[in-house]
Design a protein around this ligand. Structure first.
Ligand code: AMP
Ligand code: MN
Ligand code: MN
Ligand code: MN
Length: 291
């Protein structure tokens, strides 16, 4: 079993990278990836654990993109966290996020929900502030009873406090991932709701933009969704990945490796994805032409 989708406190999870490795080791996983949102800051510590565990540790990232006017997340697996060009690109992404966050603080103040920036920062020890941290701060300041309510009332995509980030296109994100030596995976496609017909077309389109795999195994996919995305991957010639989206205490009850209890990501995914990684440099030119 493997888990190729987890978050540490370097984004909006609550565990250290070391703790994730401990949990994965206790779970007896064959491989584990750390995929924090928009940052590789936790990966050096994560990879430093390799000498202390039999699990294969895979460096990763989760990039938020805009696709068909909605939010779509891409996972980059096997990215090189020390690649200079990749780090520069991520720095620019961080600036986009910081600008967006400042606007969100203004918006929230306009609707009478002032947030103390220091307190917001304190919710994000890793330095990267996401809407999850906004939700925690809104609860702390008494503007909502639970993070869930904070999302519903203020932070969800159609809520008054939300400001989108300057969009990152999936094709651009896939290029960044692949130029950093990684494999580009469409994350939790089941959350990007839409009819069957839409997904067929959308995935074919994403594949043309450099996407190589799809996260068919995911904690929140119902069995029929898992089956559907496995079949679709097969039809389109995409590889398959899977993971829990573990966030520690930020998603209570969701276990690393096992999700809500029934998640089983086969080791075969590791082998498929690794094969793509070695195939990456040769196919790079074709992507550059399209980008
Ligand atoms: P950001 O990248 O700052 O836009 O924040 C995205 C994070 O907010 C994701 O990691 C999700 O876990 C979380 N999120 C987004 N929408 C919701 C929602 N409706 N309910 C709960 N969490 C959400
Ligand atoms: Mn998250
Ligand atoms: Mn995601
Ligand atoms: Mn995630």
């Amino acid at each position: 079993m493997i888990d190729f989708h987890t978050h540490s406190a370097f984004s909006d999870g609550t565990d250290t990278p070391e703790r994730l490795v401990e949990l994965g080791t206790a779970e007896g996983l064959a491989a584990l990836a750390l995929t924090d949102h928009d940052t590789v800051a936790g990966l050096a510590r994560f990879l430093a654990c390799q000498s202390r565990t039999p699990i294969r540790l895979v460096p990763g990232i989760e990039l938020s993109c805009r696709f068909m006017e909605r939010e779509l997340h891409l996972l980059g697996l096997f990215v090189d966290p020390f690649d200079g060009r990749f780090l520069e690109r991520l720095d620019r992404l961080r600036l986009r996020r910081e600008t967006r966050n400042r606007r969100m603080v203004q918006r929230l103040a306009e609707v009478g929900r002032s947030l103390d920036l220091d307190r917001l920062q304190a919710q994000a020890p890793g330095g990267l502030i996401t809407r999850t941290h906004f939700a925690l701060a809104l609860v702390e300041e008494g503007h909502a009873r639970t993070p869930r309510e904070a999302f519903h009332r203020f932070l969800a995509d159609d809520a008054p406090g939300y400001v989108p980030m300057e969009p990152l296109e999936p094709g651009e994100a896939a290029l960044w991932i692949r130029e950093a030596g990684g494999v580009a995976v469409v994350a939790h496609p089941g959350r990007f709701a839409g009819g069957r017909f839409v997904w067929d077309q959308a995935l074919a389109h994403l594949k043309a933009q450099g996407l190589q795999a799809i996260e068919a195994f995911y904690s929140e996919h119902a069995p029929h969704q898992e089956r559907y995305f496995l079949d679709l991957a097969d039809d389109l010639g995409l590889a398959v990945s899977g993971g829990s989206d573990y966030h520690g205490a930020a998603k209570p009850g969701l276990a690393l490796g096992r999700g809500w209890g029934s998640l089983r990501v086969p080791d075969e995914c590791l082998h498929q994805l690794e094969a793509l990684r070695s195939a990456s440099p040769a196919s790079m030119k074709a992507i550059e032409v399209q980008a």
